[in-house]
Design a protein around this ligand. Structure first.
Ligand SMILES: Cc1cc2nc3c(=O)[nH]c(=O)nc-3n(C[C@H](O)[C@H](O)[C@H](O)COP(=O)(O)O)c2cc1C
Length: 236
């Protein structure tokens, strides 16, 4: 629910157009507002789209959110970002690689993939160790970029808990319209790829890469060829 003041042409936008962070800190609005939007509002894209349609009929000169700075200039920029985020469109070209690894072998595969993507001129490669880095940033980047690679170990017949939490964070925010590739590791009965893919069963418009990677404990020569093929497909 928002309020429009037609005298001063102010939109009091509640959670909309807000961001994390104190007002006396100089920081990029897009980054913090995206993290805020995806984290807090991400599930409600349809409602935001409806609101944007209503807002398009108004003469708005100032946006006053509940959190973050009052917006007075270049309002088209913020409205455009909200349109992209709430319609689950790809915002930036690039590949987000999210991984978990206990002994480092899955991590090695991820590093090799990132290196190959960079060599092939991929516009942006973001790598995140889900057990050690900020989960909210990893979620934000999955929504920002068009392609996602998930790499994890098989863990007691399931997937490593940080990867499970990560995928739940994506699916509960209606993650959609993206390409996903899978790297799985398992020492005796790999099941991670099947489990990860199953978690997206209800997600709309997911394109699965044809070239996935199956590691049995540590990287083999065949795995290196698989990673090369995955990088090639991601760069198409
Ligand atoms: C606690 C734990 C549970 C695991 N459970 C399984 C399992 O159920 N099935 C399997 O094939 N491998 C299992 N593994 C092996 C991992 O899937 C993986 O092959 C191994 O950790 C090497 O990958 P990494 O170097 O990236 O950690 C397990 C490993 C750990 C540490």
């Amino acid at each position: 629910m928002v309020t429009y003041d037609s005298t001063d042409k102010v939109l009091f936008s509640a959670d909309g157009f807000g961001k994390f962070g104190a007002l006396d800190v100089e920081e990029d609005w897009d980054r913090e507002a995206r993290r805020y939007y995806i984290g807090i509002v991400g599930k409600y894209g349809a409602q935001v789209q409806k609101l944007l349609k209503a807002a398009a009929t108004l003469d708005i000169q100032t946006i006053c959110p509940l959190h973050g700075p009052i917006l007075t200039e270049n309002l088209g920029h913020y409205l455009e970002k909200y349109d992209i985020w709430s319609s689950y469109k790809v915002e930036s070209e690039g590949v987000m690689i999210a991984y978990t690894s206990v002994y480092g072998n899955t991590k090695k595969a991820v590093e090799l993939l990132a290196q190959k993507l960079e060599e092939k001129g991929c516009p942006k490669v973001v790598v995140c160790d889900l057990a050690r880095e900020d989960m909210a940033k990893a979620v934000e980047d999955a929504f920002r970029y068009g392609k996602l690679v998930l790499a994890t170990i098989t863990y007691n017949g399931d997937i490593f808990p940080f990867m499970r939490t990560y995928i739940e964070n994506l699916t509960e925010r209606s993650y959609q319209n993206r390409t996903i590739g899978l790297i799985e590791n398992g020492s005796w009965a790999p099941a991670a790829a099947r489990v990860m893919q199953g978690m997206f069963e209800k997600s709309k418009n997911i394109t699965w890469l044809e070239n996935n990677v199956k590691i049995m404990s540590s990287l083999s020569e065949a795995n290196e060829a698989e990673i090369e093929a995955m990088a090639e497909e991601l760069c198409k």
